[in-house]
Design a protein around this ligand. Sequence first.
Ligand code: DP6
Length: 327
Amino acid sequence: MTTTVTAKAHTNIALVKYWGKKDAQLMLPQNGSISLTLDKFYTQTSVIFDNQLEQDQITFNGQTLTASKAQRISRFLDLVRQRSGQSAAAKVVTENHVPTSAGLASSASGFAALAAAASRAADMQLDNTALSRLARRGSGSATRSIFGGFVEWHAGHDDASSYAECLQDPVDWDVQMIAVVLKKTQKPISSTAGMARVVATSPYYPAWVQTANQDLVAMRRAIQARDLTTLGEIAETNAMRMHALNLSAKPAFNYFTAETLTAIQAVNDLRANGITCYYTLDAGPNVKIICAGHDTAMITRELSRYFDSEQLIVAKPGPGITISEND
Ligand code: DP6
């Protein structure tokens, strides 16, 4: 028996998106990305390696995962075992903390927490850069969830050079996000498969890489200047270009629902009325609104014409990973 290690990682929302791999085995992205870690949504995961276990035993929100669902996690644990020399199977207990059954639970906070808890439980002492590289092997977006505040994932060209670093934490100016949680629908395609199809078939992909690289430079500058308008404009345009890739893939796909378009229109209307707010969207129907904290009450009031108050979750910049050992 070793010690149980618990890690807590918050989810992050990309402002300049990762949408395509250059190396699926090493999980190297086609372009760098920049995100904001949020305080409201996090994953807490405990790991212990135990010689008594015959196979990994994984519990997610109180339920034992089926073998097929657990496969991705076990494969990740294999990587930790291979690097650490720990050979025992692991007991993994994961709790996802999202205010509602929001569908906001993402692989980002999940694999960041797992990387931190599993590596420490296997007696590896990794700094945050090494943890970020390890989390990357579980899910690309997890690379960034090791850090709090604004974070950049450097695309890199090999395992050693592809990691995230903090751009700004704590975030000392007024920027928040409102998550508009929409009705869950059957996802048309996973993010992993969606981005692979886009890289393989969208004729616009080279333009995406080129503009994303320009967005990175401008986004870094906007964060540094604490310029919400420029940050929001870049994020919104970048998100729509990512979704345009999906519409231009063969076969085409998209993650929008009618409610997604309602939320986008509501943001456009608010902006036409002088409110500084912008939207971003990931591989699902939910819309995240980027705005200042002092406008969140007014924006949620406007949005409550279309959505219930439980569907509107205001989040602030959140912290990086925390790890604790409890024998
Ligand atoms: C749209 O990290 O879920 O949220 O690396 O295949 O696990 P895998 O994909 P994942 O993709 C996230 C895509 C995104 C944009 C982003 O977070 O940068």
